[in-house]
Write a protein that binds this ligand. Structure first.
Ligand code: CTP
Length: 482
């Protein structure tokens, strides 16, 4: 963070749009301030987004006058119900609102709003770092108003509320999610009393819509340290309410002196490992690979068993997890499209490379893996490598070496056999035509036999060899060619 004196703020606000607002506000004899995230991000040297302006008086009146002054190229939208207006001009988006005082009822996020002073307006905001205002009127242009010492909190890297945190969170419980999101995005600590209020008010999150909650969770997931966000959610007790399946992964059970690992903390470690590997390269699926990391073991609590010989087992947890993915996506209001399918596929397949690496790395096993993972094979391998969190260095090295072998074989087989986007070299139509068959079970049997023969390396992935194989197989099945 940087310390900014008034002259520096004047320079940073030296944009035509601010000068126009300044002159319009002076003409109307109203005070205008740039507030909120825009001011915070000036101090934190983050890229600025939309501009929020608070007017002591009517925000709509200033927006209308500004639009008139800017003339063609400016576009005004007025939301009378909310007392706000937006001006779009040359790629800038400025939102105007009158300074207000708000009071809330217990069962709703909708406040009763009255006109107020600038300080009333700052007081009703969520965090001290979001409650800064800079005056735009000419005589005081660049003057900072920071009654809740947000600058100090930025200096100390703290998230704190301007009012008693119980009031701030109870007024608008979405702020509890925002609190953890900002702490995660900015790598700030949450001030102790504010943190305690998160725990005390956590039940209030239930009045917030899932769409808003998932918005914040996606921002946490896209940040540089999403695991820290999940850890904070766990520590304050919000996780239990918003994501019980993840909460259920926490804990260690011991029987006859045998304990299993804590799957919650393991998961966060895997998520962090994935994020680390994405520093070098990231594809379009990067956010969904993070979700796959978060959910890869989600089936474990439901598949946990005690076996007197084997100890704790989690048989088929990948398949149980695969089934849970669509249910979780639907409830969480995550997209139910190919992104969900991608996460589901990775969760379902995440044990395969480990099983292969644990035994002998055969061509046939690698070909089958490639066939099932298709274009997502590299992401799957990335997830599986991130999944190795063993503290036993020797064991860890053995897995990593075997994974390298799997990767080498993948490249080699892909070049030879083009399995990744496998299309059977003999189609169902060709089989039906050659043996004069209607669509029937035998056609399916022959197709599967060809696929298996190719994946097992019995025949190459080529039309003529495949056709010859089909003819011989058909003969054995008692079918004759035309
Ligand atoms: N605000 C608030 N309570 C909320 C949402 C917003 O007090 N639940 C206030 C904060 O002062 C915030 C401002 O409204 O700075 C603008 O909100 P928004 O645009 O949602 O967030 P930003 O702080 O700009 O940050 P980001 O864009 O990262 O969400």
């Amino acid at each position: 963070m940087r310390h900014l004196e008034r002259e520096e703020l004047v320079k940073l606000l030296n944009k035509p749009v601010f000068h126009h607002i300044s002159e319009v506000a002076d003409e109307l004899d109203m005070e205008a301030y740039v507030v909120g995230g825009y001011v915070r991000d000036l101090f934190l040297e983050r890229p600025s987004k939309d501009i929020d302006v608070v007017v002591v008086g009517s925000g709509i009146t200033v927006a209308e006058a500004l639009c008139k002054r800017l003339g063609r190229g400016a576009h005004l939208s007025v939301f009378r119900n909310f007392g706000t207006a937006q001006v779009h001009w040359h790629g800038e988006e400025v939102e105007f609102v009158g300074a207000r005082r708000e009071s809330y009822s217990h069962d709703s996020r909708k406040p009763i709003v009255e006109d107020g002073t600038l300080e009333d307006d700052q007081r009703r905001r969520d965090f001290t770092i979001n409650a800064l205002a800079i005056c735009l009127n000419k005589a005081r242009f660049g003057e900072l108003l920071d009654p809740f010492e947000g600058v100090w909190d930025m200096e100390d890297r703290l998230i704190a509320t301007p009012l008693d945190p119980d009031i701030t969170f109870s007024d608008d419980p979405l702020r509890m999610m925002r609190c953890i999101r900002f702490a995660t995005q900015l790598n700030f600590e949450i001030e102790a009393e504010t943190f305690e209020a998160l725990s005390r008010n956590r039940e209030r999150i239930k009045i917030i819509s899932q769409e808003r909650i998932i918005d914040e969770l996606q921002k946490i997931m896209a940040s540089d340290s999403p695991s820290r966000g999940w850890e904070l959610l766990f520590q304050c007790g919000l996780l239990e309410i918003i994501f019980p399946e993840l909460q259920a992964m926490q804990g260690v059970e011991t029987r006859n002196g045998r304990a299993h690992k804590d799957n919650f903390w393991h998961t966060l470690e895997v998520l962090s490992n994935v994020v680390r590997t994405q520093r070098e390269q990231r594809n379009d699926n990067y956010l969904w690979l993070r979700w796959a990391a978060l959910l890869h073991d989600i089936g474990k609590p439901r598949s946990k068993r005690w076996d007197p010989q084997l100890g704790w087992t989690f048989h088929n947890h990948n398949f149980v997890g695969e089934k849970m993915v669509p249910q979780i996506f639907r409830r969480m209001k995550l997209p139910m499209d190919e992104r969900m399918k991608y996460v589901q596929k990775l969760v379902g397949l995440h044990m395969r490379p480990i099983v292969i690496a644990d035994e002998e790395v055969t061509d046939s096993a690698v070909r089958r893996l490639l066939f099932e993972a298709g274009d997502d094979i590299d992401d799957l391998m990335q997830l599986c490598e991130a999944d190795i969190t063993s503290r036993n260095e020797q064991r860890k090295q053995r897995f990593l070496d075997n994974f390298r072998l799997v990767r080498e074989k993948l490249v080699d087989l892909e070049e030879r056999d083009r399995i990744r986007n496998f299309q059977p070299p003999v189609s169902g139509e060709e089989i039906m035509e050659r043996f004069n068959l209607p669509p029937c079970k035998e056609v399916g049997t022959l197709k599967t036999a060809v696929k298996d023969a190719i994946l097992d390396g019995i025949i190459p992935n080529e039309h003529d060899a495949a056709l010859q194989f089909v003819i011989e197989k058909a003969k054995r099945m008692g079918l004759s060619a035309e």
